[in-house]
Design a protein around this ligand. Structure first.
Ligand code: GLN
Length: 293
C-alpha cells in the first residue's frame, strides 16, 4: 500500500524540526521559504492550503532542499533568489549573497545625498545589488559597476534587466580600478574585508560563498587599502566615497583615509547593531602636494 501523502501543514512542521539544529529560531521561516519554493505558492497560501496534500514529487523535492540546508548551504542559493532593498535579485552559487548591512549602507547613502550624484561607481558589484538599488532610487543617475568575476557580472547584468535599470548601468570586468579611467561623483564598495584567519573557522554557510568576495587578507584590509588609495584619482572634487567595513576596522580605515591627504569629512558610521560598519569621506577641492593621486 502507498504511504499516505502529507499535508502542507505537516510538511511545514516536519521541515521546521529538521532545520532547527542548523537555523535555530529562523527554522520556521526558512522552512516556509523552502516550501513556498517547492509548491510555487506565496507564504499566505501555505496557510490557506495547510490541509491540502503535497504530491510525492513535491515531498521528494522538499526533502532534498531540507537536507542541503541542514548541511549548511545558504537559503538564498537553494531558492536562487534574494530580496535586496525592495529589489528582487536572482542568485546563484559563486556569487556573494547580499547582506542586510549592505541594505543599511544603501539607505544611508540615499538619506545623506541631498542631490543624487550624476555618475556612480560600484566596486565589486557581485549580484549587482548596490548599483541596482541606487539606480532605482536615482532615476537620472548613470552607473559603472565592476567585478573581477565574469560569473558575477553576467548575473548582475541579468538582475539589472529584471529590475528595469540595465540601460543606466555599464558593467565592466575590472580588478578594482584597473579598467576604470573616468571620474565619479560617488564611489561605493562593499569589498572583501573578513580576516583570512577568521574565514578558516567561520560558520559553514560562508564556505559556500566565493572566498574572493570575503577574504580581505591577513588583517582584512587589503582591498580597503587599495580602494582608499586609488579613489581620490577617480573622484571629482566634492565627490563622496562610501565603504562597508569590518566592525573592528574603523580606526584603521579612518587613518588610511587621512593618509591620502585627499579627503575631508572623514567619518565612520555604525550599523543597526551599534557596531562600526561604514566609512564616508568627501574628496577635497584642495589636495595637498605629494598626495597619492
Ligand atoms: N559582512 C559580511 C559577512 O560577515 C562580510 C562582507 C564582506 O567581506 N564584504 O559575511
Amino acid at each position: 500500500m502507498m504511504k499516505p501523502t502529507k499535508t502542507v501543514g505537516e510538511e511545514l512542521r516536519w521541515a521546521t524540526e529538521q532545520l532547527r539544529p542548523r537555523c535555530g529560531e529562523s527554522a520556521r521561516l526558512e522552512a516556509e521559504f523552502l516550501l513556498t519554493h517547492v509548491l510555487q505558492q506565496t507564504r499566505l497560501e501555505l496557510y490557506l492550503r495547510a490541509q491540502e496534500s503535497v504530491t510525492p514529487k513535491q515531498h521528494a523535492q522538499l526533502c532534498k532542499l531540507v537536507e542541503r540546508r541542514r548541511r549548511g548551504e545558504p537559503l538564498q542559493y537553494l531558492l536562487g533568489h534574494a530580496e535586496f532593498f525592495g529589489c528582487s535579485l536572482r542568485l546563484t552559487p559563486g556569487v556573494f549573497i547580499p547582506r542586510p548591512e549592505t541594505e543599511e549602507l544603501v539607505a544611508l547613502i540615499v538619506a545623506r545625498s541631498s542631490t543624487p550624484p550624476a555618475h556612480v561607481l560600484d566596486l565589486g558589484t557581485g549580484s549587482g545589488a548596490i548599483s541596482i538599488a541606487l539606480a532605482r532610487a536615482w532615476p537620472e543617475s548613470s552607473f559603472v559597476a565592476v567585478d573581477i568575476s565574469p560569473k558575477a557580472l553576467a548575473l548582475a547584468r541579468e538582475n539589472a534587466r529584471r529590475n528595469g535599470v540595465a540601460e543606466r548601468i555599464r558593467f565592466v570586468r575590472s580588478d578594482w580600478f584597473s579598467h576604470i579611467s573616468e571620474r565619479f561623483d560617488l564611489i561605493v564598495s562593499n569589498p572583501p574585508y573578513v580576516r583570512r584567519g577568521y574565514l578558516e573557522r567561520a560558520p559553514r554557510e560562508l564556505r559556500y560563498e566565493p572566498q574572493g568576495a570575503l577574504d580581505g587578507g591577513p588583517e582584512g584590509l587589503d582591498a580597503l587599502t587599495e580602494i582608499i588609495r586609488e579613489s581620490p584619482a577617480h573622484l571629482r572634487p566634492g565627490g563622496v566615497l562610501y565603504l562597508e567595513i569590518g566592525s573592528d576596522q574603523g580606526s584603521c580605515v579612518r587613518r588610511l583615509l587621512q593618509e591620502t591627504n585627499a579627503f575631508g569629512e572623514i567619518e565612520t558610521l555604525k550599523d543597526l547593531t551599534g557596531q562600526d560598519r561604514f566609512a564616508r569621506a568627501v574628496r577635497s577641492d584642495y589636495v595637498a602636494p605629494g598626495a597619492s593621486l
